[in-house]
Design a protein around this ligand. Sequence first.
Ligand code: 0SG
Length: 209
Amino acid sequence: MSILLDNQFKELPPDKSVDTKSFLDAVSHLPPFFDCFGSAVFYVIKSDISGNITKIRKVYDKDPAKYVTLQDIVEDERETYGAEWPKVGATLALMWLKRGLRFIQILLQSLADGERDENKPNSIQVNVTKAYENALKRYHGWMVQKTFQMALLAAPYRTNFIKALSKGEEVKEEDCLANVRQFLVNFTATVDAIYEMYTNLNAELDYTV
Ligand code: 0SG
């Protein structure tokens, strides 16, 4: 079975609010996936994303009834932290996490759309680069962009990546990509909704690390 379909994101309600518990449950299945890749550079990425998730979960666990949606958390922190907000707390963690999720979304969409380098058909570097340039690059200074270059060199081959998405089983590429397309429906809607919330609440920041 596909690692993605086993851990689907929930369909959003009409008001596009994101249920905190369902979101955290779905997103927490993503970091273990990095273990398939081997290279140490993925450990840095895994621990960054895991740190974001832990920080959001800690706030949620303090009062699940109060923080039913992600917007409940962000709005509550806006009241609590005043001038420090939004560069603080779970608001900051979710700001960065959504960028990582956007990266994953663009990468998977590009693979599902069949985009590839005709000279290196078993490479996903063209897909990874597209995702990086659209989701992350503008937030990265020179040093972190170098880390990306290392990750790019360590990127798995398309066939191995697809095998990893299928929990190591030998599946037809087309079957795996059909699962990716199905996963992307609710995943994309969720990532879009979080971006929209950050815009509406004026919580987005544009600095580099
Ligand atoms: C399959 C091949 C995949 C290749 C993947 C390449 C991906 C790009 C790699 C870039 C390397 C990123 C390494 C980490 C960079 C981090 O510095 C940044 C900023 O991190 C934030 O900094 C923290 O996340 C915040 O943590 S918080 O929870 O405490 O709030 C905070 O510390 C903040 C500092 O804030 S400040 O105090 O300055 O205001 N992180 C990123 O850029 C996110 C990287 C996500 C990469 C997602 C890759 C997914 C790959 C999926 C493959 C299937």
